[in-house]
Design a protein. Structure first.
Length: 107
């Protein structure tokens, strides 16, 4: 989501799936430990997709903490910006990092 700057209009399911496939194959240590025969089994991919969906669901529904909301409010005020809409903790974290970078670059 960070790659599309949390812009739902830019979301593309095929790109998202390709990203996760690439990530699993190159970065997930557990994936390298799985036998190729298992990887070629359609049941494995169904179970993997279900697990990924669980993780995504959790990430997109976990509310931001009070501290994160305060940090965003502070950064928005410091930058003199309009309020930012965010719906979950991951999106809040994205905006916090983005605004911190913006604040640093203005200094």
């Amino acid at each position: 989501m960070e790659m599309i700057q949390w812009d739902e209009k830019k979301y593309n399911l095929e790109d998202f799936i390709a990203y996760w496939r690439d990530y699993a194959q190159k970065n997930a240590s557990w994936f390298k430990k799985i036998d190729d025969e298992i990887k070629s089994n359609p049941d494995f991919h169904e179970e993997l997709a279900a697990k990924i969906n669980e993780v995504i669901e959790k990430a997109l529904t976990e509310p931001p903490t009070e501290q994160e909301m305060k940090a965003l409010d502070s950064l928005i005020a410091q930058l003199g910006m309009d309020d930012i809409d965010y719906t979950c903790r991951m999106e809040a974290k994205y905006h916090i990092e983005r605004l911190k970078e913006k604040l640093t670059s203005q200094s």
